[in-house]
Design a protein. Structure first.
Length: 80
């Protein structure tokens, strides 16, 4: 699994695709609600392991984070 820096918009979009709240994402990632909220606001003062945990939780649920290309960054759900 390739992990790259995701944007606050990608985190919010991933949550929306999964229908999860910030608290639910925090629970799945085993991080604090504050860590998720701050990262979604673009405040990156967390440890790398925290950021990676927040990114990996939606990936495990079927979200793909798309790195920047000519069309920009994004997210999508994998087919079951």
């Amino acid at each position: 699994m390739v992990v790259f820096m995701i944007t606050p918009r990608q985190i919010r979009a991933a949550r929306a695709l999964l229908g999860r709240s910030q608290q639910q994402l925090a629970d799945k990632a085993i991080v604090s609600l504050d860590a998720v909220a701050r990262l979604e606001k673009g405040i990156v003062d967390s440890r790398l392991s925290t950021v990676q945990a927040i990114q990996k939780a939606p990936i495990k649920a079927g979200v793909e984070f798309l790195d920047a290309d000519q069309k920009g960054k994004g997210v999508r759900l994998r087919r079951p």
